[in-house]
Design a protein around this ligand. Structure first.
Ligand code: NAD
Length: 506
C-alpha cells in the first residue's frame, strides 16, 4: 500500500472478453427453465460504481413476475424430479454447483467487482471462495437431516403401544431478498440450506447488483437442477421485493438488508404466517483493552471497518480504546487508512473500491458532515475522494458524543468513530448502548477479563483478537434490531425445515 487514498485513477480496468460479453447481453431473469423478460417489458439500469456509468439493463420484475416464479417453485416442490430426489443426489448437485463456481471463479469475481465496486481480488478470495466452501458445507447437511425417536407416556392411553418420532421436512417455497454488499455470498447463504433441505427457491437480488446472481442462475442450470427449483426475479425492492414478501404461496422468507425494510418483511410474513429470518443492520463495537498488542489491534480494527469500504453489516464501526493507549492505537489505524489505495476494483493495485451507488455516497458523506456539525473532529479522511465514481476516503472521527447519530446509527461506509474508555464496566455499557447487536470484537490477551466480558455483550457474535471472521459451521445473526434467526451452521437447517410429529399406535 504505497499510494495515498486520494488516488482514484483507473488503470488496468478492462474486463476480460468473456465478462465484457456477459455484461453487454440483453439480460433476462430465470423463471422455471426459461430466461424471460418482465411481463411489463420494463427494465432497470445497472451502474458501474467506479465510473458512475450505466453498463447494463435488467428486467424490472413486478407482482406478475413474482407470481410466475412462485408458481414455478411450487410446481417443482410438489411435483417434479426434485421432490422425489434422494438426499445423496441433492448433496451431489450442491457439490456440482460449487465445482462450477470454482471453475468460473475469476469470471464471477470480475462481474461482482464491476457490478458492486469491490476489488476483484476480494470478490474472488473472500466472497466467492467463502460461498463455494459454504455450498460444500451445506451439501453435507443434505444427508444428515434427522428427526428424533421419543418414548411416549400419555396418561390417558395407558394400554396403548405407541411409537413416537419426529421428521424434519423441507419448509417449501423459500423467498429470498438480499442486499448489494456481498451479492453472491448472501445469495448462497440462503440457497445452500434451501437446496440441502429440498426446498425450492425464488430470489430477488438487490437492484444495484443483479449481474452475478444471473450468472449463478446459468451455473445452476448447467449443474442440472430441475426447472423451477431456483428462480431469479430482478427488480426494485418496493415492487418485486414487496410482492415476494407478501406472496401467500411463499412458505419461508429470508432477508438480508436494512432493519427498516426487515421490519416491513417481518410484518408481511406475519400476515401470511410465513416463516421468516432476518439478517439486518449493525453498529458493531471493537473494544481494545489496555493490555492489547497495539500494532495487531490497529491492523485488525482497520480491516474490521475499512474492508469492503465499510459496507459490511458487522463492520466494527464503533471503536472503544482504553484511554492509556487511545492516542497510539488511533494514530496507527489512521496511518493504515492513509496508506490505502482507492480505485477501480479491477485494478490489482487497489485496496478499496468505491461505494455501491450515488445514494450510498450521499448517505455516507451526509453522516460525516452530520458528525462534524455535532462537534466531532476528523482524525483522517473526511469525505469523498476524486470526482468520478463513488469513492469515500477511509475516515476516523473522534471527540464524538455517544448520543450522536454517527455513533448510534449505521453508516455502512468506511467511517470509524473512536471513543476512549476508563474501565471494563463502562465499555460494556457503551458497547451495549446501541439498538443493534450483530457482532463485537475484543482485543486483549487477558483471557480472564475477556471471558468475563463475553456473556455481558449483547451481540450474536463475539470475536476475540479478530473481527468479521465467518465460518460455514458457525451460526451468524443478530441480537436486538440486528435480526431474527441465524444463518450458517446447523441453525440454518432448522430455519429451512418444519418439524412434523408422528405418533403411531401399533
Ligand atoms: P435495503 O433494506 O434497502 O435492501 C435490501 C433488499 O431489500 C434489496 O434487494 C431491496 O431491493 C429490497 N427491498 C427494498 N425495499 C423493499 C420492500 N419495501 N419490500 C421488499 N424488499 C425491499 O438494504 P440495502 O441498503 O440494500 O443494504 C444495506 C443494509 O443491509 C444495511 O443496513 C446492512 O447492515 C444490511 N445487511 C445486513 C447483513 C446481515 O447479514 N445482517 C448483511 C448485509 C447487509
Amino acid at each position: 500500500m504505497s499510494t495515498n487514498n486520494s488516488n482514484t485513477g483507473h488503470s488496468n480496468t478492462a474486463p476480460s472478453p468473456k465478462v465484457a460479453e456477459f455484461i453487454a447481453r440483453q439480460h433476462k431473469m430465470l423463471i422455471g427453465s426459461e430466461w424471460t423478460e418482465a411481463v411489463s417489458g420494463s427494465t432497470l439500469g445497472v451502474i458501474n460504481p467506479a465510473t458512475g456509468e450505466e453498463i447494463a439493463r435488467t428486467p424490472s420484475g413486478d407482482a406478475q413476475d413474482i407470481d410466475r416464479a412462485v408458481s414455478a417453485a411450487r410446481k417443482a416442490f410438489e411435483d417434479s424430479e426434485w421432490s422425489r430426489m434422494r438426499p445423496a443426489q441433492r448433496e451431489r448437485l450442491l457439490w456440482r454447483l460449487a465445482d462450477l463456481m470454482e471453475q468460473n471463479i475469476e469470471e464471477l469475481a470480475e462481474i461482482e467487482s464491476i457490478d458492486n465496486g469491490k476489488t476483484a481480488i476480494v470478490a474472488q478470495h473472500v466472497d466467492i471462495t467463502l460461498a463455494i466452501d459454504f455450498l460444500r458445507y451445506m451439501a453435507g447437511w443434505a444427508t444428515k437431516i434427522e428427526g428424533r425417536s421419543v418414548d411416549i407416556s400419555i396418561p390417558y392411553m395407558p394400554d396403548a403401544v405407541l411409537h413416537g418420532y419426529t421428521r424434519r421436512e423441507p419448509v417449501g417455497v423459500v423467498g429470498a431478498i438480499i442486499a448489494w454488499n456481498f451479492p453472491l455470498l448472501l445469495a448462497v447463504w440462503k440457497l445452500g440450506p434451501a437446496l440441502a433441505t429440498g426446498c425450492t427457491f425464488v430470489i430477488k437480488p438487490a437492484q444495484e447488483t443483479p449481474l452475478s446472481i444471473l450468472r449463478l442462475g446459468e451455473l445452476i442450470q448447467e449443474a442440472g437442477y430441475p426447472a423451477g427449483v431456483v428462480n431469479i426475479v430482478t427488480g426494485d425492492g418496493a415492487v418485486a421485493g414487496d410482492a415476494l414478501a407478501k406472496h401467500p404461496g411463499v412458505n419461508k422468507l429470508t432477508f438480508t438488508g436494512s432493519t427498516e425494510v426487515g421490519k416491513l418483511i417481518g410484518k408481511a410474513a406475519m400476515n401470511n404466517m410465513t416463516r421468516v429470518t432476518l439478517e439486518l443492520g449493525g453498529k458493531s463495537p471493537a473494544i481494545v483493552l489496555p493490555d492489547a498488542d497495539i500494532t495487531k489491534a490497529a491492523a485488525g480494527v482497520a480491516t474490521g471497518i475499512f474492508f469492503n469500504s465499510g459496507q459490511v453489516c458487522c463492520a466494527g464501526s464503533r471503536l472503544y480504546v482504553h484511554k492509556k493507549i487511545f492516542d497510539n492505537t488511533v494514530a496507527d489505524i489512521a496511518s493504515i487508512a492513509e496508506g490505502m489505495t482507492l480505485g477501480h476494483g479491477l485494478d490489482p493495485t487497489v485496496d478499496l473500491g468505491p461505494l455501491v451507488s450515488q445514494k450510498q455516497l450521499d448517505r455516507v458523506c451526509g453522516y460525516i458532515d452530520d458528525g462534524l456539525s455535532q462537534g466531532a473532529s476528523i482524525v483522517t479522511g473526511g469525505g469523498r475522494a476524486g470526482d468520478s465514481g463513488y469513492f469515500v476516503k477511509p475516515t476516523i472521527l473522534a471527540d464524538v458524543d455517544h448520543n450522536a447519530r454517527v455513533v448510534q446509527e449505521e453508516i455502512f461506509g468506511p467511517v470509524l468513530v473512536a471513543i476512549p474508555f476508563e474501565d471494563t464496566d463502562e465499555v460494556i455499557r457503551l458497547a451495549n448502548d446501541s439498538p443493534y447487536g450483530l457482532g463485537a470484537s475484543i482485543w486483549s490477551n487477558n483471557l480472564s477479563e475477556v471471558h468475563r466480558m463475553i456473556p455481558k455483550i449483547q451481540s450474536g457474535s463475539v470475536w476475540v483478537n479478530c473481527h468479521t471472521a465467518l465460518d460455514p459451521a458457525l451460526p451468524f445473526g443478530g441480537y436486538k434490531q440486528s435480526g431474527l434467526g441465524r444463518e450458517m451452521g446447523a441453525e440454518a437447517i432448522e430455519h429451512y425445515t418444519e418439524v412434523k410429529t408422528v405418533l403411531m399406535s401399533v
